[in-house]
Design a binder for this molecule. Structure first.
Ligand code: NOJ
Length: 759
């Protein structure tokens, strides 16, 4: 076997790599903070490490609240989840005027997919494959949040996940590390810019690490994975966010090798700080120091000492650092140096924001009126939302619809703006948004009529529905039979039917794991009743995760996944339904054919006993199922358009490349349909033989191109040794000489392939 080529370590496995970021390199900042810290008491220092939720004072009296008291006595470094610039300004003023050293506060918020202009959930955004759009969404979110006094968002969430049972897939970018890395960088750039502008805020990469792989898809559950999988499949997006300059990182709730991430020194210090050179602030997730007790690792005092010693700086809501570190210092469990390092990193974050120059940089209360939910921001959200919809099926050109006639609109999402906003719309103003019904009515105008009937609640069972609040509050008290009868009557008078079905907003997101991802029976009954009319039926599937749509896909002529599309989702859906916008979204997570296939993902290993793809039957002693195909319903990368694209002539500039060289793979893509359309051209690589088994394909490059009817374009992927590299069993990032294939296509299954060698 030829010697492998060790690459400049992308994840900085070698201890010497990635030193460049260590130390701020900012002498002025260092001097300022040293001077400030020289004046601080231990209590004041511990106060800086304390981050406490302040959400309840959004509607209350900020100054006379427990948060107000904590700010005034200097026992808070920051607070979060307070809405309203006025309130935040009052607190900031309290910190500046009433404490001995006047250190301003970090003000955090989960601005995950927009502030009041709500963008589609991150999983949906990822389906745009449009990095400019994603960066724009983060920039607008930061602009609005900063106008409301916020200087720190707990985003981006970059956890790779292959676990649709886990509700938090909604918050991430799907299953692919390469795409996830591009998106992580785009979001950090969008939020932070260079942090000099008052419209940019601190980003927080989360949840470090591997939170997206809980056993059984149950939130907060155990994660256990090999180093190989960590390095080759899960680490990349966190590292990409750090490389893009993310100022803060949040640890995850789960254990890593049995040690809770928050107190995992290997993770936080060895990997994140020493190897990757991250010099920013590490904050825990909510209460995760205290959760080390139920984890069975340590009670609060020891847990706090362990977390600090692991390299974690700020304690979110465990009250462990503030209440126990003094004693742990006296007992020698932690050092003054460790405390000082953590304090320094909190103060550096404040310094980078410019808060020491101007504590009120984010407190211009007039901006709240001018910068939030503006027509420009909404126009961007509408444009971007339309890019996230994934057209899964469109027989006989059922879509687009003609902008005329009588359209029956049925389903629990048909007139339900509340549930279109998605899991993290905590700063939304729900009085402002349109439902799909309103969106379609506006789009039709006097050309046609929308005939509405709800037809079904999310669930028949009120208890299940109440669990997905705020969906619970939109429940219709009538029986399933009454709702269905009304929908039948309405549909009888229509030319075409749009069924708006799927999940309520709170069915996905944190603490929203599910074991059955098929459409609930009452919604299926509604769909069947609509199909029984014999009229064309378009099913819109609203979801915060990949759901199982096998039954529906078999019977509806047109099916589109619209996720949780956000505040402008109604207009965006109308834009696509009536053909003003040609759909271009592509799946970033595999849609399983059934629950038993989960976890299912495109970049799997081949195994020693792959099934014969030419044989559709069960093959004993092969890696397959007796009762199910291995294939998903729709693969990663999949999505249709109102036009067609043809791929041809995948060619290579040379049959091989050297360690210091590259070759070009070029494919010709032609719009063979009759509409202008945008195609995401995807390139995958397979390494046929390596020192460790490698995936059957891995995304390595993509490009979005827009073609007029009849137009064609050549799209090129320049293959470098780095694109062929992986972490070997010594965790060295290597390119091993040998045989490879490059594949190009519209998704991860329908690909053209060409072979080449790395010499
Ligand atoms: C817990 C969640 O896991 C995290 O994503 C979020 O940022 C914090 N709570 C703060 O709300």
């Amino acid at each position: 076997m030829k010697k492998s080529i060790i690459m400049a370590a992308a994840l900085c496995i070698t201890a010497t790599a990635c030193q460049k970021n260590s130390g701020s390199g900012d002498a002025e900042m260092d001097a300022f903070i040293s001077e400030l810290m020289s004046k601080m008491t231990l209590e004041e220092k511990l106060g800086q490490l304390n981050l406490v939720a302040g959400g309840d004072i959004t509607t209350g009296d900020a100054l006379n609240s427990p948060i107000g008291a904590a700010v005034a006595n200097g026992s808070l470094g920051g607070t979060f989840n307070i809405k309203g610039a006025e309130k935040i300004r009052e607190l900031q003023q309290l910190a500046v005027d009433s404490t001995r050293l006047g250190i301003p506060l970090l003000i955090g918020m989960d601005v995950i997919h927009g502030y009041e202009t709500i963008f589609p959930i991150p999983l949906a955004l990822s389906c745009s494959w449009d990095m400019d759009a994603i960066e724009t969404s983060a920039r607008i979110a930061a602009k609005e949040a900063s106008a409301a006094g916020i200087n720190w968002t707990f985003s981006p969430m970059v956890d790779i996940s292959r676990e649709p049972r886990w509700g938090r897939m909604a918050e991430g970018s799907g299953e692919d590390p390469y795409l996830g890395s591009q998106i992580a960088g785009a979001m950090v750039r969008g939020y932070q810019g260079d942090l000099t502008s008052p419209e940019n805020i601190l980003a927080c990469v989360k949840h470090f690490a591997f939170y997206g792989a809980p056993d059984g898809g149950r939130d907060y559950n155990t994660v256990d994975m090999s180093r190989n999988r960590m390095y080759n499949e899960y680490f990349a997006p966190y590292k990409a966010a750090v490389d893009a300059g993310a100022a803060t990182v949040m640890t995850s709730f789960n254990t890593v090798d049995g040690i809770p991430a928050t107190a995992n020194k290997w993770l936080v210090t060895d990997v994140l700080r020493d190897r990757w050179g991250f010099d920013g602030l590490v904050v825990t997730d909510y209460g995760s120091i205290a959760e080390m007790e139920p984890h069975g690792v340590a009670k609060l005092a020891d847990a706090s000492a362990m977390a600090l010693n692991a390299g974690t700086d700020m304690d979110m809501c465990s009250f462990g650092f503030i209440n126990t570190l003094k004693q742990s210092l006296e007992e020698g469990k932690v050092t003054q140096k460790a405390i000082d390092e953590a304090v320094r990193r909190v103060l550096e974050a404040k310094y980078r924001l410019g808060l020491f120059d101007d504590p009120y940089k984010y407190s211009d209360t007039s901006l709240e009126k001018t910068n939030i939910y503006t027509p420009e921001n909404r126009a961007e959200a509408r444009r971007i939302a339309a890019e996230t919809f994934v057209l899964l099926k469109n027989d006989n050109n059922t879509l687009p619809l003609e902008r005329k006639g009588r359209i029956a609109l049925v389903g629990p999402m048909a007139d339900n703006a509340l549930n279109m906003q998605g899991t993290w719309a905590v700063t939304a103003d729900h009085t402002k948004y349109k439902s799909l019904r309103q969106g379609l009515e506006d789009a039709l105008g006097s050309n046609g009529t929308v005939l509405y009937a709800k037809g079904a609640n999310f669930y028949s069972d009120p208890a299940l529905e109440a669990g997905v609040s705020p969906g619970g509050s939109t429940r219709d008290p009538r029986s399933d039979a009454e709702l269905l009868a009304e929908a039948r009557r309405v549909a009888a008078g229509a030319d075409v039917i749009v069924a708006a079905l799927g999940e309520a907003a709170e069915s996905s997101g944190e603490s929203s794991s599910r074991t059955d991802l098929t459409l609930p029976a009452n919604q299926q009954a509604l769909l069947d009743a609509m199909l029984a009319t014999g009229k064309p039926v378009v099913m819109l599937n609203f979801s915060g995760r990949p759901t199982v749509l096998t039954a529906e896909a078999a019977k509806v002529p047109a099916l589109m996944n619209v996720w949780s599309p956000g505040s402008e989702g109604a207009d965006a859906i109308a834009d696509v339904l009536f053909g003003d916008v040609n759909p271009s979204g592509r799946l970033t997570a595999t849609l399983p054919a059934n629950m038993g296939q989960i976890p299912i993902y495109y970049n799997h290993l081949n195994t020693g006993r792959p099934e014969d793809p030419a044989n559709p039957n069960f093959q004993r002693y092969r890696s397959n199922y007796i009762d199910s195909p291995n294939e998903p319903l729709y693969p990663f990368g999949y999505g249709l358009s109102y036009t067609d694209f043809d791929y041809s002539n995948l060619r290579l500039s040379a049959p091989s490349l050297n360690a210091d060289g590259s070759i070009d793979a070029t494919v010709t893509v032609r719009n063979t349909g009759s509409r202008k359309g945008t195609e995401t051209v995807q390139f995958y690589i397979r390494d046929h033989f390596a020192s460790i088994s490698r995936p059957v394909k891995e995304l390595k490059h993509f490009e979005r191109i827009t073609l007029e009817p009849g137009e064609s374009a050549d799209v090129t992927f320049t293959i470098t040794p780095e694109a062929l590299s992986f972490y070997n069993s010594n965790l060295e990032f290597v390119a091993e000489p040998g045989d490879f294939s490059v594949m190009a296509g519209p998704d991860s299954e329908r690909v053209l392939s060409a072979d080449f060698a790395l010499k």
